[in-house]
Design a protein around this ligand. Sequence first.
Ligand SMILES: Nc1ncnc2c1ncn2[C@@H]1O[C@H](COP(=O)(O)OP(=O)(O)OP(=O)(O)O)[C@@H](O)[C@H]1O
Ligand SMILES: [Mg+2]
Length: 359
Amino acid sequence: MARVLIENITKSYGETEVLHGINTDISDGEFIVIVGPSGCGKSTLLRMIAGLEDISSGTISIDGRVVNTLEPKDRDIAMVFQNYALYPHMTVFKNMAYGLKLRKFSKKNIKIRVHQAAKLLQLEELLERKPRQLSGGQRQRVAMGRCIVREPKVFLFDEPLSNLDAKLRVQMRLELRKLHKRLKVTSIYVTHDQVEAMTLGDRLVVINDGYAEQIGPPLELYEKPASIFVAGFLGSPAMNFISAQISADGKTAQLSEDVKVPVANPLSKQGITEKKVTFGIRPEHFSLSDKEKTGLPLRVDHAEFHGASTMIYGRLPGNDELITVRLPHIHHISPETVLMLTALPEHIHIFDQKTGKRI
Ligand SMILES: Nc1ncnc2c1ncn2[C@@H]1O[C@H](COP(=O)(O)OP(=O)(O)OP(=O)(O)O)[C@@H](O)[C@H]1O
Ligand SMILES: [Mg+2]
């Protein structure tokens, strides 16, 4: 177990800088998820921690020791990749034992460690099988086992579940969580899947185009996203964004030519007047107004039943943006109906349109 300290890390390939100064302090035993869209730099960062990629500037320390120039094998880490490539001609036991054999562990010691890991991963019955005689989830567990037997200080995962089908992914996610609870090894997990990130991480590092946009526990990021990017990235269906012009007195917001709404806590208090902002409201945070004439008038395009909830898609007058609303239970709503929607002030996020940052 170890603390991993990432300070001002940058990475350039030739002239192009792809990571622009990442800072993260990962506590001993923490499960951190690095999440962001494809190409944002997640794997690059992970590979630098692993020692598979040179560091352009900044430092990475593991357990108080700067590892910038250490060989991967000397960093006391184990990495599970998306493509976990087991040796096809070796049994599960031999696959798990291989790394220890290379490190000249005694036969007895290898046996003890492999059996311990197999027990933990419920692979005991499968030790004599070859990889092709295993299911995808079992193979994934063997790949995990290969890492566990080494008892590393840090686990690194790069999208380890993306080759599995949806159901197995959910199952493996739970197993990973349970495993982490038992082993308590510092873990750094890369994914582009926000659901995986929200459910696995003690904290998330949201990366956008080589910048760490926000770092924090999943709920904090969900409830108080620091930017439009984070707000739109976490949550499914995604947050609705509505462009608005704040009035000169900071008390109302014009959403379109025909729609003006009061601002719950006058923004003038914060000196925000006559400003272009973006309102963000999650689909699940709308409710139907109990007063006929107040709220946002949404003209319904169509509605879908999703079992436990109804998804409604529509538009505000004079605004072309499609708005998604999720109401609990089943509602029968025909197209062209106008619904009056409200949302609690604490569920209305306001962002500066120029910087994209939360106000
Ligand atoms: N060897 C390389 N040479 C030049 N550019 C590279 C190299 N490796 C990665 N990049 C670039 O660095 C950026 C970050 O890549 P990286 O693989 O870290 O993305 P990622 O966030 O892991 O994406 P994905 O979710 O698709 O795996 C990308 O723009 C990529 O094209
Ligand atoms: Mg990647």
